[in-house]
Design a protein around this ligand. Structure first.
Ligand code: ADP
Ligand code: MP5
Ligand code: MG
Length: 514
């Protein structure tokens, strides 16, 4: 990754005209098309990535379970691997059902001949229906040969237990211990998935990178249609890695995608068995026009909200894309482009380039004020001030799925924003700021008043930085979701370390509030 300090670089949209990202899945076919190869193809398609397929076994399977398994001979799996890997510029390999240890060896031999950027190992052993897909003999191959080569391994709780010789994995604490023990077997990172964790109202996964644990928590969607969640999650991780995402971002995007897909599909009925498939191509159901982002607005995206400033980038001699990249690499969770003095054509070009970068990080991009620019580049939404177009008119133009934020100083403005269909409120200036001339300061009290008066999530803005961000978060109202900053990131020589520091301060503050 490049450093954001020093000389300005000529980043252009040209640089992002990459070859299409490519995932190869090495897995079993599911005739019911809920899991396996078929889930992988749909997941990659939904995430905008090319997917090729090496089939290791053909299963006769439906929503009731697995009725038969026909294993593809090893030499023919080898032939498929060679055909694809020797010709098609694969970025990431994702494995699913690998029904024998010899097959693991065939795969590793192929990967030594044709190396790829990353290997995602989903150690599929038992289907959700309880049918065995890879016998105990495969466990040795997985443990000893495949795991040491993996960039991430993604067992569910039963698979984690099986890989660790039957260790009990039934609580989140067990999942953490299992993640650590699995990491000792050699993979670079581990994700223990808790979809099947007993007595859990949330879907909790544990990510461990050898140093830090991350508890990834989403609400549990109440549905029978969970067949193929594991395959889909691993394929989405592979897809995001192929696009260039760092591992933790890839995992977060993948988890969010699975949750959204389950939610969209919770009521569909396919088959009469207990475990139905879900709809990966959510857009099939969506009435809105296509968007590059499948996820709905998530208020926690407001956590570290970076607002760009063309003047500051000029002052420090850097391109807007480099500034945005550095903020994202430091942990920014949403970006707003606020280019007050850019001409329309320049602004649109910059927005398109920034959108590609934000996509890689799975972070939404909003445009300040300019609904035309947001529409032209298919940004994730807009942020509107009190003298910009009213949120109600913007909603009519942008449709139901785009994010709309409104700057509010008073409960009355906040109420109007809610009626008009805004998704969040930006409240400030909390402190005095040089970024906005003659801006009325509302203080922490004003911020609290607006938060308490509104149902909408709120991001605080105005004069916030490393020194006072934790005071802001500590006002302790549940709909205050984060802080928005301009100068604290962009009026600095090096954006990335400032962004990291601010992220750490915010994390620390919210831990304390909990
Ligand atoms: N009902 C659900 N609601 C929300 N997320 C779920 C649900 N079931 C599973 N998940 C998520 O789907 C992913 C796959 O997990 P899991 O079902 O445990 O794996 P597997 O399909 O391999 O058994 C995980 O991120 C998990 O948290
Ligand atoms: C061919 C194949 N591969 C993987 C799974 C696991 O999927 P799940 O755990 O969601 O049933 C499956 N059922 N079939
Ligand atoms: Mg599952």
């Amino acid at each position: 990754m490049q450093d954001d300090c020093g000389a300005a670089s000529a980043t252009t949209t040209e640089q992002y005209k990459m070859k299409i990202p490519h995932v190869l899945t090495v897995a079993g076919s599911d005739s019911g098309a809920g899991a396996g190869i078929q889930a992988d193809l749909k997941a990659c398609a939904a995430r905008g990535v090319y997917c090729s397929t090496v089939i290791t076994a053909v299963t006769a399977q439906n929503t009731a379970g697995v009725q038969g398994v026909n294993i593809v001979p090893e030499d023919f799996v080898a032939a498929q691997l060679k055909s694809v890997l020797s010709d098609m510029q694969v970025d990431v390999v994702k494995t699913g059902m690998l029904p024998s240890t010899d097959l693991v060896k065939v795969l590793l031999q192929s990967l030594s001949e044709f190396p790829v950027r990353a290997l995602v190992v989903d150690p599929v052993m038992v289907s959700t229906s309880g049918d065995v897909l890879a016998g105990p003999s495969t466990i040795t191959g997985l443990r000893e040969n495949l795991l040491p080569m993996a960039d991430i391994v993604t067992p569910n709780v039963k698979e984690a237990s099986a890989l660790l010789g039957g260790m009990q994995v039934v609580t989140v604490a067990d999942m953490c211990s299992a993640a650590k023990l699995l990491h000792n077997l050699g993979p670079r990172t581990v994700l223990v998935k808790g979809g099947d964790l007993p007595d859990s109202s949330d879907a909790v996964d544990i990510f461990f990178d050898g140093e830090d644990f991350h508890e990834l928590r989403s609400s549990r969607v109440n549905t029978r249609n969970t067949h193929g969640t594991g395959c889909t999650l691993a394929s989405c991780i592979a897809a995001e890695l192929a696009k260039g995402s760092p591992m933790l971002s890839a995992v977060k995007v993948a988890k969010c995608f699975v949750e959204t897909a389950l939610d969209y599909s919770k009521d569909i009925v396919i088959g009469s068995g207990p475990q139905g498939p879900f709809d990966h191509l959510l857009r099939l159901k969506s009435t809105s026009r296509q968007s590059h982002r499948a996820e709905a607005f998530n208020p926690s995206d407001l956590f570290l909200y970076a607002v760009t400033d063309s003047g500051m980038n000029k002052k420090w001699g850097r391109s807007i894309t480099d500034a945005v990249k550095a903020a994202l690499e430091g942990g920014a969770t949403i970006i707003q482009l606020r280019e007050k003095d850019a001409d329309t054509r320049g602004f649109l070009e910059a927005a398109k380039a920034c959108l590609q970068i934000c996509c890689v990080h799975g972070v939404p991009l909003l445009i300040n004020d300019r609904i035309d620019i947001a529409l032209a580049c298919d940004a994730d939404g807009v942020h509107l001030g009190q003298s910009d177009m009213p949120a109600r008119s913007a909603r009519a133009l942008l449709g139901p799925d785009k994010i709309i934020g409104v700057s509010c100083k008073t409960p009355e403005e906040a109420h109007q924003a809610w009626i008009d269909g805004a998704n969040y409120i930006g409240c400030g200036g909390v402190y005095r700021t040089n970024t906005k001339a003659n801006n009325l300061t509302v203080g922490l009290d004003g911020l609290k008043t607006v938060c308490l008066a509104s149902k909408l999530p709120v991001v605080a803005i105005g004069g916030i930085g490393i020194s006072n961000a934790s005071d802001v978060m500590k006002i302790g109202v549940s709909n205050l979701k984060g802080v928005a900053v301009v100068s604290a990131l962009f009026d600095r020589e090096c954006i990335l370390p400032e962004s990291k520091k601010l992220h750490a301060v915010l994390m620390d503050a919210v831990q304390r509030v909990k």
